[in-house]
Design a protein around this ligand. Sequence first.
Ligand SMILES: [Zn+2]
Ligand SMILES: [Zn+2]
Length: 860
Amino acid sequence: MNMEESAQSTSEGQQRYNPAELEPKWQARWDADPALYAAEGHDSAQPKFYCLEMLPYPSGQLHMGHVRNYAIGDALARFMWMRGHNVLHPMGWDAFGLPAENAALKNNSPPAEWTLANIAAMRRQMRRMGLSYDWATEVTTCLPEYYRWNQWFFLKMYERGLAYRKKSKVNWCPQCQTVLANEQVVDGRCWRHEETIVEQRDLTQWFLRITKYADELLNGLEKLDGWPEKVRTMQRNWIGRSEGALIDFKVSESAEKITVFTTRIDTIFGTTSVQLAPEYPVAKQFAAGNPALSAQIDEMLAQQKAARETGDLGAIEKHGVDTGKYALNPFSGELVPIWVANYILADYGTGAIMSVPAHDERDFDFAAKYGLPVCRVIVPNQDTETSRQLPYLAEDDSALVDSGQWTGQSCAGAQQSMAAFAKANGFGTETVTYRLKDWGVSRQRYWGTPIPMVYCTTGHADIEPGGVVPLPESALPVLLPQQVEITQQGGSPLGRVAEFVNTACPVCGGPARRETDTMDTFVDSSWYFYRYTDAKNSSAPFDSAKASYWFPIDQYIGGVEHAILHLIYSRFWTKVLRDLGMIDDDEPAARLFTQGMVIKDGAKMSKSKGNVVSPDLMIERYGADATRMYALFAAPPDRDLEWQEDGVAGISRFLARVHRLTMKYAEKLRESGAHSDATAEGGDVDEKLLRSMHQTIAKITEDFDGRWHFNTSIAAIMIYVNLLNSYELQMDNGFAGIRPQMGWVSPEVTEDVFRTLTLLLAPFAPFLAAELWEQLGGEGAVFRTAWPVADPELAREAEIEIPVQVNGKLVHVITVPAGSDEATIQAAAQADAKVTARMAGKNVVKVIVVPGKLVNIVVK
Ligand SMILES: [Zn+2]
Ligand SMILES: [Zn+2]
């Protein structure tokens, strides 16, 4: 289906609908009027509304997922303008990142050049789509005017101990040739390279202390009731808080101790072994004089590595080895054997556990496999068949047995008093552990923000030779050098740029080396939305007064794939900004919406599957309005959308019909303006059209305020247009001054219904709405015209249909005036010919009337 077929010409000489002409005409007019989509200052008399879609990576091409995301945000922004809000609707570019380096290798073009060309191309596409962005606030994260503030924040965090350097085991993607954050490893694979298994390496890295805010990040989720529950649950699980105790078990005949983490200290008398991760330091000591043990530990390490790489550590086949050593249970005074086990992880808890087979499923299986004793210390208050089985996991209504002085206490009571006892006697403490780890931000890549740190070669006062020296703020920005050879081997590309690396120590002036790693690009996106409120500020990241006016974001829209990366990092950043005194808010976004994916032939669009549909092609064939409107119409926005070109063609035909009808009556209205006295009396069909109009307004307003089911909003517009279409003759009669039997519509009402149609279309099909508004003689921009208000009186149906049953069987459906009382409905039902025929010769026993719903007549 192409434009030739989908557009209709009319017999009355109006132009046919041709988006290929109409849309660029309006785009040029909007481009020439930058104030059209500009936000007002914070002295605006209107309430503010910050409408934000997640900023894209500038790959050079918008994909359908973008189109859908932006169509949702754009409809909302236009609606809020029409509802009288001061709207901030910005756009920017998450412009650092690895693809630019890969492209540089492939095309031999510098990353900056490639990225800026892509931005220009995508900005053109966005303009062609008619998106209502205020381009004066555009943010591009790869420009020094932006990334210098990443460096500034980094220094602020360093000053406060929130940025620090340490050697640790890190995730390494051999494809990316860089470190990845834990959040960027998905099932043991790189988030960018689904095929590539992530390795573990020991490296010295910069970290941001996100764990300092772990509790706040967790508790803050309670307040975020405008966020999808799915996202909040993912964040809760990612933070992974568990309360418990740390308890020291002394190693027998040694000065060493093993600290275990347990969430069930009340079961400690049931401990029948202590189990260590293969990397646990004491395990290594035991192995030193024991080649057999040493070999088994190496094997377990290899198993863990393999399990990590297939992505499922939980499914590892559990086994362990007895070290032959013993540890002392500080509560019972018993000696228990020390094992090393392949399923205990060094980086989870303390890397050591107390094994209580009677009250833990995993421990139970392990004990069964190796014949370790099982010792029950918790019993239920009510003895039942199931409660006699082991392992017994319940805590509520249960009490301790065989547990020394704690025997008889409830589990909850014992958890408190035993932790207190351990603390008082110096062998334990209550603690909380988190799954969340500090955010590793060093990347061994070129195309990112340089980290503003140097290493002083000679050292001085407090700095040892080679020690870290932060740059002063006056040295910012540390510019990313432009001419850098990109290769994908051997460490950070910046390390090979002598002019960059070699510098002077800002404290002693002696020789120093710059940090050559760059920052994770998720740093860039952690605070970009604050910059939009003050994008041109050259003396601060943003002005606090401006940010506090616009924040929190009223509606944030993006993909659910950002649930734990960007959406946790940016919440963390917001809390740091608050602690720096730059903002008052705790949370960046009051409401979050995650749209579904766009799929084709049942699968996510991807080059490898060959099922990618290009937005450019759709726009070329059907126009931007039809493409956008289809993206909103084909599915509720939170569900996946199966792209079907037939559907876009259908929307295009619908818009052509709207165009034809509206243009026809716009012309008649212009002509009739000269003899308007002909239109003074009301048409006999007016009421019907006005009722449909007010119902449609109510429906769409409700959808915007409620569940965002734009698919049903657009369906309501279609029903409305069908009705207008079916009264074309009556509208013509109104203009012609003819008053035939079939009825007529007064020209005022015709004008009203078409103006309203145009306003209702404005959020969904902005180009066509702008054109029709002008044709109808509307003043100013249609997007700045007040959204129509539904009149419930006029929207009310005049008549309603009510099914009538006799003895529970449907006989007929009668029509009564809306709002009729019981007696009127009953009388109408009993007077109906079909109903009386069915009741002939019988006595009425009872009549049940459910007003507005049903009449049931019981006869005998
Ligand atoms: Zn990778
Ligand atoms: Zn120095």
